[in-house]
Design a protein around this ligand. Sequence first.
Ligand SMILES: NC(=O)C1=CN([C@@H]2O[C@H](COP(=O)(O)OP(=O)(O)OC[C@H]3O[C@@H](n4cnc5c(N)ncnc54)[C@H](OP(=O)(O)O)[C@@H]3O)[C@@H](O)[C@H]2O)C=CC1
Ligand SMILES: CC(C)CCC[C@@H](C)[C@H]1CC=C2C3=C(CC[C@@]21C)[C@@]1(C)CC[C@H](O)C(C)(C)[C@@H]1CC3
Length: 417
Amino acid sequence: MAPQGSRAPLEFGGPLGAAALMLLLPATMVHLLLVARSGPARLLGPPPYLPGLEALWSPRALLLWLTWLGLQAALYLLPARKVAEGQELKDKSTLRYPINGFQALVLTALLVSLGVSAGLPVGELAEMLLPLAFVATLTAFIFSLLLYLKALLAPTSALAPGGNSGNPIYDFFLGRELNPRIRSFDFKYFCELRPGLIGWVLINLALLMKEAELRGSPSLAMWLVNGFQLLYVGDALWQEEAVLTTMDITHDGFGFMLAFGDLAWVPFTYSLQAQFLLYHPQPLGLPMASVICLINAFGFYIFRGANAQKNTFRKNPSDPRVADLETIPTATGRQLLVSGWWGMVRHPNYLGDLIMALAWSLPCGMSHLLPYFYFLYFTVLLVHREGRDERQCLQKYGLAWREYCRRVPYRIVPYIY
Ligand SMILES: NC(=O)C1=CN([C@@H]2O[C@H](COP(=O)(O)OP(=O)(O)OC[C@H]3O[C@@H](n4cnc5c(N)ncnc54)[C@H](OP(=O)(O)O)[C@@H]3O)[C@@H](O)[C@H]2O)C=CC1
Ligand SMILES: CC(C)CCC[C@@H](C)[C@H]1CC=C2C3=C(CC[C@@]21C)[C@@]1(C)CC[C@H](O)C(C)(C)[C@@H]1CC3
């Protein structure tokens, strides 16, 4: 049984680390937004200027942001093609989740297309990124505060394994309640996949349209970045049910880390390559573009194959697609895959994700480090996440996990790490 509440070991450097991250993450996001549009685009230099409140605050941006959240919430509430059951909770109950994320993406695309044909200046979004990121951060702070207060009324069985240390800063950052809901509206599940992810591809599209406006047509590099990231987001929403087995949904509470990550960090920093390309056009020939497409396809193949194999196996170990794979039994009654993708390294899905991250930066050329920020940040995030998952699995599976580590010694990259 995993240690709970104040007995759970503190992560992210404890309260001090949590406080530092709450300041550093929004500051980094603003830095990236400013640097992407500056001439030298130096990731490691100082920001070109320090924005005043007038550059950050815009009632128009607030209205736009709230409309966006409202639209995505309305799409979430539409009838779903399927309702899925989440993992079993501490009190042995399960929650139900609507599977209509892809439908939300398609309906948003239809609405945006209608808007564009009616003359809606979507490209203008490109100039509003700073105030939009600011209001998204503000909403994440307010939202996390409300979630923290809501958790005070929640029963102990509804609390997350971490995030209940008793230190308010740490708990505010990590999140106290595992699945905060009002009726059937699940806030964490909604935020993880809808406003931020769909917002990310909409921002990319706005940057592409702005480029077309400025230079006559979008560049090949911009097409590639848009195409790759649309594939990633479309896939996440198509495979929406798979998110129910991720650490974020099954283990982490919903606090500032995920609220800010989902609502602000994902749309405004994950679109960094497209932002960079708008202000720093890069020549890209067809042969190089083809190589980059192959790298992305290779990464996607590993990412999708590994995630699909684990999800199929977790849903039904006798499914003919996974029934022949070798497994290790554990004391919990669950098994661990030890052949197929999960016999190659202990986190093949991270490997595929990292290869794709590299493919998203390559269209931006080699002249700047800035477009490689995502790849660098993502490597740190996944190495840290892998460590967290490893500790959780050791607690869950004990000796069986040790045996798995002996049989599959590499964590993410075969023969390297
Ligand atoms: N773009 C982004 O910013 C981010 C993307 N991601 C992506 O999200 C996806 C999900 O990541 P995440 O939730 O971290 O981790 P995983 O999907 O890898 O899930 C880890 C869990 O899988 C189960 N597991 C581990 N090894 C085995 C095995 N050998 N056989 C069967 N089950 C096993 C364990 O849970 P159990 O046994 O309880 O089922 C473990 O806790 C990944 O593809 C990752 O790349 C993640 C973070 C950020
Ligand atoms: C702000 C901090 C630096 C940390 C925030 C981390 C979050 C941005 C990420 C934590 C796990 C995520 C996942 C995805 C997006 C980023 C966050 C929220 C994911 C939805 C991306 C699409 C994938 O296909 C996925 C597997 C569904 C991802 C699940 C985890």
